[in-house]
Design a protein around this ligand. Structure first.
Ligand SMILES: *Cc1c(COP(=O)(O)O)cnc(C)c1O
Length: 463
């Protein structure tokens, strides 16, 4: 194999510019199991396969870019969460991470419940047969139409997010002759992201009702008085991509404290607490996520201990993982287009998608990994930046990563761990068509969300 197709590109550690990367890995052909879906492997020819189908076949059949989802891995992760929490707890998959009718059916079959946060997500869930009583409806500004539809459908719970919504949901439920099961979402003054949590004034956000200043207690007082509502519990969601359990510990302590105050004031022990989602996954080899059973054990112990200290019956716990279930199960398959080596800097490798299929790098400075998947290569590592085809210099998919220096137009590369918040946040920027989601299992691939077409674009544009 040629040593380098781009002799001008920086290749040695001593000339590498600043960035978020460690030393180049010893072998670029090795796929770190931590960041790739379970069934991903490289075959004898060096081509990457998933669910027994190789990526060249997938690219030929479905085109690129495409999100490729390992169905067995999705089901295994969903089941692992379900099993870890057992029969005395509920696992609600956060649909906003990625929702399609196939996914709804898998969740239903694996015994999970589902969180939705818009009329569109609710419609998807109901149309795929998720029983309404296993759906929770979230959002800081649910419309009257959305609430009416949710109550009429009989959703298992609505998570109340403001004083106005308490009255609104109660009113709609009464009009429909129903008593709606609800939780109240509170902010406990904890915010957790990645490896850290901060316990200060994180009531300063649009979600929830602050525990501070007695606002949450007042919300409970009002909800208990309204006969259209059945208050079943308190909800707290502290952040995203969390690795450190201490934020959950503080949150559980404060939620249980509120349950105790409610018992003391009203003589009612609320039967449920929901600790939200936000559990982290590995985007790069540097991330070390926790297994569902460790998380379940930690959360169950924290809540048990806090309730025992408060002399409360232990409530039923629910959790809402989104990213932790779907994130690792998919990768985005791209074809390499133009390649620009910038002297002394890095090599820009352009792909046929970009910020329209993965906004997370531009939006949150998210980190991703990338690998050459259509062949193995013995070429030396080259510092690359994987960029899209959009008209923005911030259109970056992978900020810093090593690819083999012989990377060439027409090669297929894949970015792992794109199952969460990529297709669901995809846009039509530059009138680029949103990629399909292809589910692969046992040697078979099928489209579960089809690629957008120019016809789809023009249908919305009514002239
Ligand atoms: C976003 C969200 C989740 C899921 O978060 P992940 O980071 O995907 O696990 C769960 N619950 C609520 C209320 C959310 O807003």
């Amino acid at each position: 194999m040629s040593r380098s197709a781009h002799p001008a590109g920086p290749r040695h550690a001593d000339v590498l510019p600043e960035g978020h990367y460690s030393a180049p890995p010893a072998d670029l052909n090795t796929l770190d199991a931590k960041v790739w879906a379970q069934t991903v492997a490289r075959d004898a020819q060096g081509v990457v396969t998933v669910g027994g189908v190789d990526v060249k076949t997938l690219a030929e059949e479905f085109g690129t870019p495409a999100y490729v989802l390992d169905e067995a891995d999705f089901r295994a992760r969903a089941r692992a969460w379900r099993t870890a929490f057992g029969q005395d707890a509920d696992v609600f998959y956060a649909g906003k991470a990625f929702l399609s009718r196939a996914v709804v059916r898998w969740l239903h079959e694996e015994g999970l419940n589902l969180d939705v946060c818009s009329g569109g997500e609710l419609a998807t869930a109901l149309s795929a047969g998720m029983p309404a009583d296993r759906i929770a409806f979230h959002g800081n500004n649910k419309s009257t139409a959305e609430i009416t539809r949710a109550v009429a459908a009989g959703v298992g719970r609505i998570v109340l997010d403001s004083f106005q919504e308490i009255v609104r949901v109660a009113h709609i439920a009464r009009e429909l002759g129903k008593r709606q099961r609800v939780q109240i979402r509170i902010t406990v003054g904890v915010e957790a992201h990645t490896h850290e949590f901060i316990a200060t004034a994180h009531e300063d956000q649009k979600f929830g009702i602050p525990l501070a200043g007695g606002q949450a207690a007042e919300a409970v007082r009002r909800a208990l008085q309204l006969d259209g509502l059945e208050l079943i519990g308190i909800h707290s969601h502290i952040g995203s991509q969390i690795f450190d359990m201490s934020g959950f510990e503080v949150a559980a302590h404060r939620v249980v404290g509120l349950l105790k105050d409610i018992r003391d004031e009203h003589g009612v022990e609320l039967p449920e607490i929901d600790l939200g989602g936000g559990l982290g996954i590995a985007y790069t080899s540097d991330d070390d996520p926790r297994e569902p059973h460790e998380i379940a054990k930690a959360l169950t112990e924290i809540v048990g201990r806090e309730c025992e200290a408060a002399k409360l019956r232990t409530p039923r716990i629910s959790v809402e993982p989104g990213r932790a279930i779907v994130g690792p199960t998919a990768f985005t398959l791209y074809e390499v287009g133009t390649i620009k080596p910038l002297d002394g800097l890095r090599t820009y490798v352009s792909v046929d998608g970009g910020m329209s299929d993965n906004i997370r790098t531009a939006l949150y400075d998210a980190e991703y990994s990338v690998a050459l998947v259509s062949r193995a290569s013995d070429a030396e590592p080259m510092l690359a930046r994987v960029v899209g085809k959009h008209c923005e210099s911030g259109d970056i998919v992978v900020r810093d990563a090593f690819l083999p220096a012989d990377i060439a137009p027409g090669d297929l590369i894949a970015v792992p761990a794109t199952g969460a918040y990529c297709r669901s946040m995809a846009s039509n920027y530059n009138h680029v068509l949103r990629p399909p989601v292809v589910a692969v299992k046992d040697g078979e691939a099928r489209v579960i969300v089809r690629r957008e077409t120019e016809e789809d674009l023009l249908r919305l544009d009514v002239g």
